[in-house]
Write a protein that binds this ligand. Structure first.
Ligand SMILES: C[S@@+](CC[C@H](N)C(=O)[O-])C[C@H]1O[C@@H](n2cnc3c(N)ncnc32)[C@H](O)[C@@H]1O
Length: 300
């Protein structure tokens, strides 16, 4: 029987933090700023995103033999999970704008033995794919497009008539305590990040509003647009220290700490986070609520 479970993955090496210019584009921010931190916490992040991505794959399963585009594949776990579902006659192309993510994805692909998966480094919002896919899937890779209207039109163009879009996107921060509680601590300690600071695009919560999703996808030519909520607790660390490191690096709290770039401020946020997470430490580590939308739509 085909193994549909999460494959084992390569542990990344540590990368030193860097900064980017004020006018850096989102893909540069992903590659130079976010990827090194994301990869440091790969196990936790991917377990969290995959819990939601698997729910999407179960909600609207890819069929055997289908050709699937996996947008913002990151380190490629979702591409391998899709490959198991479409089978040897199907094909999966995992695309991402970040070379460091894809380097790990390719290493794991080699070890996985799948021959129906390929990865490509490109901007999924702009690349001219041609109408060659049955399914455009994305596990949290579509919220960062600088020009979402044009990007979703572009993704529709990757589908042949009758093709489907299936994506997981985060609900708002108030539904995602695993990121939101830490943001509260960082913001109370250091303040808010200005709107015009360099960022990895509109951000993880840019598709949280069903109205926005309907407007963007409708304008891009998609039909049968539906949203289905997924809720689950995710683990952000087995210890207070691990959860604190996670929150200092990633999510809105990590962005605040990076923006203020102040050792004393960082130490104060660390202390606040440790206090917060100590209150949530249970037998299975620090588990906090998360919520996403499964968005499904068709090329119409
Ligand atoms: C939150 S991560 C999700 C990664 C992976 N799908 C997962 O669930 O772990 C978002 C991914 O989208 C990629 N990404 C962001 N904008 C992109 C774009 N315009 N084109 C291709 N990839 C993009 C980032 O490089 C990153 O790997």
């Amino acid at each position: 029987m085909q193994d549909l479970s999460m494959p084992p993955f390569t542990t990344p090496s540590t990368v030193l933090p860097v900064s980017v210019s004020q006018d850096a584009d989102p893909l540069e921010v992903w590659e130079r700023i976010v990827a090194p931190k994301y990869l440091r916490h790969r196990q936790l992040m991917v377990a969290a995103t995959t819990a939601h991505g698997l729910a999407a794959m179960e909600y609207a399963p890819p069929a055997r033999g289908e050709r699937v585009l996996d947008v913002g594949t990151g380190t490629g776990e979702s591409a391998l999970l899709l490959a198991a579902r479409v089978g040897p006659r199907g094909r999966v192309l995992g695309v991402d704008g970040s070379a460091s993510f894809l380097e790990l994805a390719r290493q794991d692909l080699t070890q996985s033995g799948y021959s129906n998966v390929a990865f490509a480094e490109l901007d999924a919002g702009r690349h001219a794919f041609g109408p060659s896919f049955d399914l455009c899937f994305s596990q949290f890779g579509t919220m960062f497009f600088e020009q979402p209207g044009a990007a979703f039109r572009n993704l529709r163009g990757a589908l042949h008539p009758g093709g489907r879009l299936l994506m997981s996107v985060w609900r708002s921060l108030s539904h995602n305590d695993w990121l939101g509680l830490a943001k509260g601590v960082a913001e109370r300690t250091l303040g808010a990040v200005p709107e015009d600071a360099p960022s990895c695009g509109p951000g993880p919560f840019s598709l949280a509003s069903p109205d926005t999703v309907h407007a963007l996808l409708g304008a891009a030519g998609f039909g049968n647009i539906e949203l289905q909520e997924v809720r689950c607790d995710v683990n952000i660390g087995d210890s207070v220290e691990q959860a604190t490191d996670f929150a200092l690096d990633l999510g809105p709290a990590g962005e605040i700490v990076r923006f203020f770039d102040d050792a004393d401020g960082r130490a104060r946020v660390r202390a606040g986070l440790a206090e917060l997470f100590a209150q949530h430490l249970g037998p299975e580590g620090i588990q906090l609520g998360s919520a996403s939308w499964i968005v499904s739509a068709t090329h119409s």
